[in-house]
Design a protein around this ligand. Structure first.
Ligand SMILES: [Zn+2]
Length: 195
């Protein structure tokens, strides 16, 4: 979900000279943009938990960090699968990495209206009402079931990503007026070859 900045510029690559632990090269997927039908179609449940799925989850984190996002769902990289990744620290805290396979909301509480964006709809934001707290159940990349409670931004990220897995974009939570305005602007951008 929410891109950290309002800018749609690609993040500048950061050169690092600090030695790092060897890690397998990660595939950075291009992000599918609004207009592609895959974003508005419900995903298929994950049934097979294997090394390939663990790889996919790590590649999704890498792709999300490259795009400066705090959440990424499989349809956004062109895969109609019920898996998403979330990290509201954008890679600053390795313990904040959350893989959500087959996630479902089991409890929601409160309401917060806050501005939201989406990596698939770069450059556009809108106010969306979301629960202040949500508890979700999901499986990790190994297939182990867990429950997790999120508050504020984390709750918003969970809801936004689970929406993606159900084929729903944040645009659908906006007023018709605001939604149509954004759609018209995107149409224009597409005509100009800028989308
Ligand atoms: Zn999104």
């Amino acid at each position: 979900m929410p891109d950290k900045s309002t800018s749609s510029d690609a993040p500048a690559p950061t050169a690092t000279e600090t030695p790092q632990a060897p890690s397998p090269a990660r595939k950075i997927y291009p992000i599918v943009k609004y207009g592609d039908a895959i974003l508005e179609k419900p995903t298929a449940p994950i049934k097979k938990f294997d090394a390939e799925l663990e790889q996919l989850a790590e590649d999704m984190f890498a792709s999300m960090y490259a795009a400066q996002g705090v959440g990424l769902a499989a349809p956004q990289i062109g895969l109609s699968l019920r898996i998403a990744v979330v990290d509201v620290t954008v890679g600053k805290n390795p313990e904040a990495k959350i893989v959500l396979a087959n996630p479902e909301i089991v409890h929601a509480e409160g309401e917060v209206r806050e501005e939201e964006g989406c990596l698939s709809i770069p450059g556009f934001r809108g106010y969306v009402m979301r629960p202040q707290f949500v508890t979700i159940k999901a499986q990790n990349a190994k297939g182990e079931a867990f429950e997790i409670r999120g508050e504020n931004l984390l709750a918003r990220a969970f809801c936004h990503e689970i929406d993606h897995l159900n084929g729903i974009l944040f645009l659908q939570h906006l007023s018709m007026l605001k939604r149509d305005l954004i759609k018209r602007k995107i149409k224009k951008l597409r005509k100009q070859g800028e989308w």
